[in-house]
Ligand binder design. Structure first.
Ligand code: UDP
Length: 492
């Protein structure tokens, strides 16, 4: 009998960090909603952050196959990590040696992963870019096609490709403020050397990134959390110049349609979601600034205090998310701030995990101060909220360029220095923060223009995932192609 969608089984395997797990779970939900049998693979320590989202999807929608969770034991101790250290976020990220050990611990999953493949016999594996060894385990040894999941922008992928293929950095000394134009890109993009990672200081990490790139080049193709209309020039460039097959299936976060789904993404929220919504309900549309730096970055106390001063001076309501303070906890806010500003209902401070997509999609929110992690950018874009870009590390400086210069839906706070997770970085002054956020929130012509563009992108995002939209169609095309392979394999 001919293979159909319900015969297709895809195994989704995220890298163990929230910014990778969250969109991969969304991706699995997306494919499951189209009738594909979806299994998510992770380690026991990561299951609690995934299970509620899966349970919710399995309970609420009429899925043909419930989404399954499959577990692999994680050998943290064997790799030299503390027991139970199964997610990048649970480690001391300032320690470079620990990060390398984490990568080694992931590599130890290779044999158990091959065992799962033999047992489940999926038709395809969608695994994270940072799990390069899944390519050989799946494709080379068991002839299962591996698709790389990128939760980063096509713009960043093209920018990295430009820097690597034109060997741009060889002629620009590391660390300096010298600027250069990225050759061959559809737009004229200028960056400073200080905004790009200096790989010469981390040769093992550079070798790992090479391994990831090499494995991606040999993969069946790429699934990207983007949508064609967001970065069409880069979707074309990535296909034609970089030379990858790519399916743009995002924004994946839009598969979470109701409040419960939005509040169950990632960790358990540190605030009661109803309390959060009630607070937002008391604010005027577009008046609230939402400040969140993703799942990994811990703000130093000196920086939190400057943010607090900046927000107080701006005199707009705000939601500030603070995940783990670095420094002496008792002095983390300016004196009197908690009583006078927060106590009077002007601000809401969430210490821990915020229901980000729930907040961003509330009509009261009018600006998003973000570290430019790609999930956050996509969630800001999908909600139609202009952004204040405050990049820190990874590919975040590329995302800033996309948001500010190409899409023109935000402005930069003015940070020019790439600094790894826990590395010392310049403290951005409260006045700089007030000025940058003010430009997005002041209701002037520039701000309104940004807001109009942001709303338009959000509308395009919504259409992209609806039946007949570009992402909907690309998901369908990938499914059909994988079914086609199954048929061919069946007739061989
Ligand atoms: N997130 C959240 N609540 C928080 C912090 C983060 O829901 O308090 C989610 C956010 O919505 C996004 C992800 O965690 O989906 C963070 O991914 P991103 O790529 O933005 O940054 P990273 O954490 O990888 O630096």
């Amino acid at each position: 009998m001919a293979a159909t969608i319900q015969d297709l089984h895809i195994l989704f395997f995220p890298f163990m960090a929230p910014g990778h797990i969250i969109p991969t779970v969304d991706l699995a939900k997306l494919f499951a909603s189209r009738g594909v049998k979806s299994t998510i693979l992770t380690t026991p320590g990561n299951a609690p952050s995934i299970q509620p989202s899966i349970d919710q999807a399995n309970d609420s929608c009429s899925l043909r196959h419930p989404i399954a969770l499959s577990l692999l034991p994680f050998s943290a101790v064997e790799a030299g990590l503390p027991d139970g250290c199964e997610n990048l976020v649970t480690m001391n990220l300032t320690n470079h040696d620990m990060r390398l050990k984490f990568i080694k611990a992931c590599e130890l999953l290779r044999d158990p992963f091959a065992g799962v493949l033999r047992e489940l016999l999926p038709d395809a594996v969608v695994s994270d870019y940072f799990l390069p060894w899944t390519q050989d385990a799946a494709a080379a040894e068991l002839a299962v096609p591996r698709l790389v999941f990128h939760s980063i922008s096509l713009f960043s992928l093209c920018a990295s490709h430009s820097i690597n293929s034109f060997k741009v950095l060889e002629s620009v000394p590391p660390g300096g403020a010298e600027s250069f134009v990225l050759p061959g890109l559809p737009h004229r993009i200028e960056m400073q050397r200080s905004q790009i990672r200096d790989s010469s200081k981390m040769p093992e990490m550079a070798a790992f990134f090479d391994q990831c790139k090499n494995s991606e080049e040999r993969s069946y193709g790429v699934v990207a959390n983007s949508y064609y209309e967001l970065e069409p020039d880069y979707a074309e460039h990535y296909r034609k110049v970089v030379g990858r097959r790519v399916w743009n299936v995002g924004p994946v976060s839009l598969c979470n349609r109701n409040e419960i789904e939005k509040s169950r993404r990632g960790d358990e929220t540190s605030i009661d979601c109803n309390q959060c919504l009630s607070w937002l309900n008391t604010k005027k549309p577009g008046s609230v600034v939402y400040v969140c730096f993703g799942s990994m970055y811990k703000l130093p106390i000196a920086q939190i205090r400057e943010i607090a001063w900046g927000l107080e001076a701006l005199d707009k309501p705000f939601v500030l998310v603070v995940r783990g303070v670095r420094g002496n906890d008792s002095e983390w806010l300016p004196e009197g701030f908690e009583e006078e500003v927060v106590g009077r209902g002007k601000g809401l401070i969430i210490r821990g995990w915020a229901p980000q997509t729930l907040i961003l999609n509330h009509e009261a929110v009018g600006g998003f101060v973000t570290h430019c992690g790609w999930n956050s950018c996509m969630e800001g874009v999908s909600a139609g909220v202009p952004m204040i870009a405050w990049p820190m590390f990874a590919e975040q400086f590329f995302n800033e360029r996309l948001i500010v210069e190409v899409l023109k839906v935000g402005i930069g706070v003015g940070v020019k220095e790439y600094a790894h997770f826990g590395a010392e970085r310049r403290v951005v002054a409260g006045e700089e923060i007030r000025r940058a956020v003010g430009r997005v929130m002041d209701g002037g012509e520039e701000a309104e223009e940004m807001r109009r563009r942001a709303r338009k992108l959000a509308e395009m995002a919504r259409r992209a995932v609806e039946e007949g939209g570009s992402s909907y169609v690309e998901v369908g095309e990938l499914i059909q192609e994988l079914i086609g392979r199954k048929k061919t394999a069946g007739t061989e």
